[in-house]
Design a protein around this ligand. Structure first.
Ligand SMILES: [Zn+2]
Length: 270
C-alpha cells in the first residue's frame, strides 16, 4: 500500500473541505477552495518535495471549482458528465463559473485568475480510475445533488462531495437519483473505509457516515411518499434530519419538496 497522507482544510464559507492527498512525492488536491488567501494557504501547506500532479472536482458547483487557478496547468479529473458539459458549453459548466463570479462580485473578493474552466479537464466514468504517483484512485458517479457528482476512493479514504454533510440536509437536484446514490454510498462505505470526507463539515467515521446516509434516505423516502399522495402540506411539515436551526435550511427543504413535484404554484394557489 503506498504511504498516504491526507490533509483536510476547511474554508471559512460553509466549512467547505479541500483535501490534499500526498503519496510519496505525488500530490492530489480535491476541490481546492474557496477564498484566494485560503487557496494560498493550501498551496503553502504542500511540502516542497511534492508535486501537485492532479486536481479533482467532485462536481460543478461554483464553490468547489473556482479555486483551480491557484494550481495553473495541472490536469483536472472530474466526471465525464461535467467534462462533456465544459466541452459543449453546457448549463452545468456555464452556471458553475457564473455563480462563482457573482458571489465574488457581491463580496468584493479579488481573484487573481479568470472564471474559466481548466484547459486540461479529464472526464471519468463510473467504475473508472486514475493514478497519482503510485496511488490508484477509484471513481464513482453519484448523481442526485447534481447530475455530475463523483466520489473517489483513495485506499481507505472515501471523498463524497456534497453528500453526507453533518452541517446540512440533502440539497436535492433529482430525488430518485439522490435516493439511489445514498443506497450506493451505503455499499461503498465498506469495512475497509476509515474516513468519509463530505464536501462541507467535519470528516466522518464510516459509522457516522452510514448513520447520516440512513437518516437522509429516511427523510427523502418520506418526501417521495408525500409526492405519491400529492400531499404538499405533509411534505412541508416533515422534520428535517438535522440542522433545522440553521438559517435558510427550511427553505432548502421547501426546494427539495419542489424537486419532488410538490409545492407548485398550483398547490400554493389552491
Ligand atoms: Zn454542491
Amino acid at each position: 500500500m503506498p504511504d498516504l497522507h491526507v490533509d483536510i482544510v476547511f474554508s471559512g464559507i460553509w466549512q467547505m473541505t479541500s483535501t490534499v492527498i500526498l503519496s510519496g512525492r505525488s500530490c492530489l488536491v480535491v476541490d481546492p477552495g474557496y477564498f484566494p488567501r485560503e487557496l494560498a494557504d493550501i498551496a503553502a501547506r504542500i511540502p516542497k518535495r511534492a508535486t501537485v500532479e492532479a486536481l479533482f472536482f467532485t462536481h460543478s458547483h461554483w464553490d468547489h471549482v473556482v479555486g483551480h487557478g491557484i494550481f495553473p496547468a495541472v490536469p483536472v479529473y472530474t466526471s465525464s458528465v461535467l467534462a462533456r458539459s465544459v466541452a459543449e458549453g453546457g448549463e452545468l459548466a456555464v452556471k458553475g463559473m457564473a455563480r462563482a463570479r457573482e458571489f465574488d462580485s457581491q463580496w468584493y473578493v479579488e481573484r487573481p485568475w479568470d472564471y474559466t474552466w481548466p484547459k486540461d479537464l479529464r472526464g471519468l466514468d463510473d467504475g473508472g480510475w486514475f493514478n497519482v504517483g503510485d496511488l490508484d484512485i477509484e471513481t464513482f458517479l453519484i448523481p442526485g445533488h447534481a447530475p455530475d457528482c463523483m466520489a473517489i476512493r483513495a485506499e481507505n479514504h472515501l471523498l463524497v462531495g456534497d453528500y453526507l454533510s453533518p452541517c446540512e440536509i440533502p440539497f436535492v437536484d433529482d430525488l430518485a437519483d439522490y435516493r439511489r446514490t445514498l443506497k450506493r454510498l451505503l455499499t461503498l462505505i465498506s469495512p475497509e473505509i476509515d474516513t468519509v470526507t463530505p464536501g462541507h463539515g467535519p470528516v466522518l467515521s464510516a459509522a457516522d457516515a452510514c448513520r447520516i446516509a440512513s437518516e437522509d434516505l429516511r427523510y427523502l423516502d418520506r418526501i417521495a411518499r408525500c409526492a405519491e399522495r400529492e400531499d404538499s402540506a405533509a411534505a412541508l411539515n416533515l422534520d428535517l434530519p438535522r440542522a433545522a436551526e440553521v438559517a435558510g435550511m427550511r427553505d432548502h427543504h421547501t426546494d427539495n419538496c419542489r424537486k419532488a413535484g410538490l409545492v407548485t404554484a398550483e398547490t400554493l394557489g389552491g
